[in-house]
Design a protein around this ligand. Structure first.
Ligand code: FEO
Ligand code: CA
Ligand code: CA
Length: 558
């Protein structure tokens, strides 16, 4: 029997909150009675939600984390904090995901945090800007520090007296880094290995129905470069930006995958069947027969949206990967066996998956403007995909794409695509990135203007000032409007929004404050205002009256 509570924690960011049982749930087979732990929805709750007044913050370039009335925050953990005697929290935190240890207690659990990339100026005392050929001036110690700063962290966190705190030295606390051995969930080797070294470029992610974390390797080519092929299919290596391959000869093919982490013991595996690209995220949906559907986007200009449908229950290996033709509403199979055009170019399915971008283009997949985060609307079942921007196509403000699967079936091979929200000054937002639904079905999302382009008089982003967090209320007078509820410190991006299971906390990452700093003595940000004056990426907990009211349509009885 489907456990509704599990369904809710599995959706996590997209928890269910509905006034009536929506067709989306009945059509996907989730017809079990809502848990008695959930407060009944009544007209009073709905009316209160409709009457809610939400302050729309004005855009700000202030170096602080500013919040709308009714919200406050405290810092849970920041870069460099010890999590155990042997490990410390990594740099540039992105995706966050919370899983309670006991599903009856939403205040004690494991927080997974991605550490996407590094900044040598802060992490390894190396100033790239000082050298014409920075890679010639590096030491292996510096590279090792950088490799330790990325990957992910598992930390046990508990809420006591309204504040979330890390449980120091808890046995679950651990790091995964660019030097952690990770197995491949595949029957064949990739570049001669079935276990590879490390994960990095961990941008956004997801959660599985069996309560493990997914972390996605996005801009992997920054660290070990990329293998590119000429017109005669001859490979060559394009060097990376960070130059780690000068010290560690790891093949680029070992990165660019969706990685699954078991929170209980930290064991990890890379899912080859989901293809290799700049995965932003991976959003899973469990079908009635326990097969899973995984949506993932390739965050690069003119790249694609993918969907994997498993053929056996709970598998992220057995099944078929598809790529979206959004012009014609078709999922195109990337199966080597049944696609002659793929058989002609690639030697086997493994090669198709390693070079999935080329395979997608051969099939005629639609070029998209940098697909970022993906969430399933818990009320309509529509799939929302943030398309952040594409300067090459003069799309500076991006949009949110809506995908409606045929008959609401997630394993359908046809769909309808349309624009859900378009970025731009008139709509009050630009460059949408991470998405999250709360318990009432309100949509929250963050923006990601590039640090080098923000707050520039002659650029397209001047009116938006610092990156922000927005909410789109589902009910009431502000229904459908985009309201700014948080403004990030200078140069920072707000990432990884994730609601606690009771909807009372929004976990949020503040990533790369002060990223434009070139001299540590005069950083462009000093958030979170430590004595040393050095800016630090950190994970915060946002709580308060407004969050509780936004989530009031359906809350867990405490
Ligand atoms: Fe790492 Fe696509 O943002
Ligand atoms: Ca992102
Ligand atoms: Ca982004």
């Amino acid at each position: 029997m489907y456990d509704r509570r599990k369904f809710i924690s599995f959706l996590g960011k997209a928890s269910l909150g509905v006034a009536t049982l929506p067709p989306f749930l009945t059509s996907c087979g989730n017809t079990t009675t809502p848990s008695e732990k959930f407060k009944q929805i009544d007209e009073k709750n709905l009316k209160r939600l409709k009457d809610l007044v939400i302050e729309n913050l004005t855009a700000s370039d202030q170096d602080d984390l500013l919040l709308a009335n009714g919200l406050n925050y405290h810092t849970i953990i920041k870069w460099g904090n010890k999590i155990s005697d042997s490990d410390s929290f990594g740099f540039n935190n992105d995706f966050t995901c919370f899983i309670p240890l006991d599903e009856n207690n939403p205040n004690d659990g494991l927080l997974w945090v991605n550490h996407e990339y590094t900044n040598p100026l802060f992490v390894s005392d190396f100033n790239h800007g000082q050298y014409d050929n920075p890679k010639e001036h590096r030491t292996i110690d510096q590279v090792d520090k950088e490799m330790y700063s990325v990957g992910g962290s598992i930390v046990r966190v508990k809420q006591e007296n309204g504040k979330w705190k890390v449980v120091q030295n808890d046995s679950h606390n651990r790091r995964l880094t660019a030097q952690t051995p990770i197995s491949l969930n595949w029957d064949y080797d990739v570049e001669g290995k079935n276990t590879v070294i490390g994960t990095h470029s961990n941008c956004s992610g997801g959660i599985t129905p069996w309560n493990t974390f997914l972390t996605c390797e996005e801009n992997y080519d920054s660290f070990f470069g990329e293998t590119v092929y000429d017109e005669n299919n001859n490979p060559s290596h394009t060097p990376s930006m960070y130059g780690w391959e000068v010290f560690y000869n790891y093949p680029p093919e070992h990165y660019g995958w969706v990685v699954e982490i078991d929170p209980k013991n930290g064991s990890a595996q890379k899912h080859i069947a989901l293809g290799r690209c700049a995965h932003e995220c991976c959003t899973l949906y469990e079908l009635e027969d326990k097969r899973v559907v995984a949506y993932t986007g390739d965050d690069k200009n003119d790249q694609h949206l993918y969907k994997f449908i498993s053929s056996t229950p709970g598998s992220l290996k057995e099944g078929t990967l598809y790529v979206a033709d959004t012009d014609n509403g078709k999922w195109l199979s990337l199966d080597w066996e049944s696609q002659p055009i793929l058989r002609e170019k690639f030697k086997d399915q493994t090669e198709v998956l390693i070079r999935v971008r080329e395979a997608a283009k051969l099939l005629g997949a639609t070029e998209l403007n940098r697909p970022e985060d993906i969430e399933i609307d818990p009320i309509t079942g529509h799939i929302l995909v943030a398309l952040t921007n594409n300067y090459g196509k003069n799309d500076f403000h991006g949009s949110i794409l809506k995908v409606e699967e045929k008959d609401g079936k997630f394993d359908a091979l046809t769909f309808k695509a349309s624009t859900y929200l378009a970025g731009g000054e008139e709509n009050g937002f630009t460059c949408p990135d991470n998405l999250a639904f709360d318990l009432s079905g309100n949509l929250w999302f963050t923006s990601d203007m590039s640090g080098s382009k923000m707050n520039k008089e002659d650029g397209p982003y001047m009116p938006f000032k610092n990156n922000s967090l927005f909410v789109v209320p589902r009910y009431g007078k502000d229904e459908g409007k985009v309201i700014r509820v948080a403004s990030a410190p200078r140069d920072a991006e707000l990432t990884g929004p994730w609601f606690s299971p009771d909807g009372k906390t929004l976990f949020l990452s503040v990533q790369h404050p002060g990223e434009q700093t070139t001299d540590l003595k005069s950083p462009t940000s000093t958030w979170p205002f430590d004595e040393d004056g050095i800016p630090k990426p950190a994970v915060v907990a946002i709580t308060g009256d407004l969050i509780e009211k936004m989530n009031q349509l359906r809350q867990i009885e405490s």
